[in-house]
Design a protein around this ligand. Structure first.
Ligand code: PHB
Length: 392
């Protein structure tokens, strides 16, 4: 019976009848969402958290956004910038995704932004802080639900100065994100009077920290600021403690240092202060609901990456609804996504004119397995979006 019906619909007469018959509704094809994220290497856990939370939102909506079934096309970008343009071209031009969601690593993001600008595909960045994506290379079809690198660390300098640290050493991976975070930290710290006495770098994703930690000890700064995330953050925090520096030269960073990593870092992370646009103990109903649902679905605690992935799905839903599910109507989608206020687990945030969140930066401190909220370090922090031509 079912087979007969299908055969009938496949004939042109059947199709013509189906189009005019009120009892047979043509089903729109599933919407293809491309998830280009790291699923191996140092940032694998970050890619997984983003994917989990994106899918959680879609599942909460019954598996459909704006009436469209969702089909995922998943690509492991390996946090490998050299493969980024080829990978992005493959998923956009060969797999023909309707929406491109990704990625984590700023160097890979640079390649994805190039492909997004060339192809015009609607793109949502759920992590990578690559400044130019919402700065000099900003574009109508590119949105971000996470942060700019500058934004995550701008408030940290003042926090450290207020705690009495007049000099600091800096350490990070030598790549786009590390360089931009250093710029953001330097700007904020020097503005309040701080002095950076040493900056130390190692190639991504190298985790041989020993020689550099010895250099930090020799330089005797009042404190250390850094950017590390994922597997590298776990190892750096443990190595810093094992070298006996934890109680001598306090360690600070943007919150990636201790987000999604605390179980593995254990005692080595206790007491560390960081700044970030999320914390584990926010008194926000939306966050409580999100944390419960995420934990139930995945038997894991969510982290900042999960929040950003969830918001990427929320943003897409808002755009799709405005276009009644028709992703080809990009004009309607973009218009709805611009200037939107997202009801996020991190707290409500507004999309800037450059398509980047305007959001509070929280000061947090590690207590047990939580990045406990301490205070708002910077209210409604907006990336300066230097060079973005959409600002006017
Ligand atoms: C980045 O490369 O932009 C990046 C990676 C991991 C993070 C934050 C930023 O946790």
């Amino acid at each position: 019976m079912e087979q007969n019906r299908r055969r009938f619909l496949q004939t042109s007469a059947g199709l013509a009848l189906a189009a005019s018959a009120p009892w047979v509704r043509a089903q729109p094809a599933p919407l293809k969402v491309g998830l280009m994220l790291p699923y191996t290497g140092t940032y694998a856990a970050l890619g997984n958290a983003i994917t989990n939370a994106f899918k959680l939102y879609v599942a909460e909506k019954g598996g459909k956004l704006a009436g469209r079934d969702i089909e995922y096309v998943v690509l492991d970008d390996e946090s490998e910038p050299a493969k980024a343009v080829d990978n992005a071209n493959r998923i956009v031009n060969r797999d023909k995704v309707d929406v491109l969601v990704g990625t984590v690593h700023s160097g890979v993001q640079a390649g994805m932004v190039k492909v997004a600008r060339e192809s015009g595909v609607l793109s949502i960045i759920p992590n990578a802080g690559f400044g130019a994506a919402t700065g000099a290379l900003c574009a109508r079809n590119i949105f971000r639900t996470s942060f700019s690198n500058w934004q995550t660390i701008h408030a940290l300098g003042k926090v450290m100065w207020d705690k009495g640290h007049k000099t600091a050493a800096w350490i990070t991976h030598k790549y786009a994100a590390g360089e931009e975070m250093f710029g953001g930290f330097k700007e904020g710290y020097e503005k309040v009077g701080g002095r950076i006495v040493k900056d130390l770098w190692l190639p991504f994703p190298n985790v041989e920290f020993q020689a550099l930690i010895t250099e930090i000890a020799a330089a005797k700064p009042d404190a250390v600021a850094c950017f590390f995330a994922g597997g590298a953050a776990v190892k750096f925090v443990k190595d810093y403690d094992a070298a006996g520096l934890k109680n001598k030269i306090p360690l600070y960073g943007n919150g990636f240092l201790t987000d999604g990593t605390l179980q593995a870092q254990g005692a080595s992370a206790q007491g560390i202060y960081t700044t970030l646009h999320y914390a584990d103990s926010l008194d926000i109903p939306k966050d409580k609901e999100f944390r419960l649902n995420y934990a139930k679905a995945y038997k894991l605690q969510p982290d900042v990456y999960a929040v950003q992935g969830y918001d990427a799905a929320q943003l897409l839903d808002i755009g799709l609804k405005a276009a009644k599910g028709d992703v080809k109507n990009q004009k309607a989608m973009v218009a709805a996504m611009e200037g939107v206020v997202i009801d996020s687990p991190r707290g409500k945030w507004k999309m800037s004119k450059a398509h980047n969140p305007i959001q509070d930066s929280y000061l947090r401190q590690v207590v047990g397995e939580q990045n406990k909220y301490v205070s708002v370090a910077w209210k409604a922090l907006e990336d300066p979006a230097r060079g973005c031509k959409m600002l006017v």
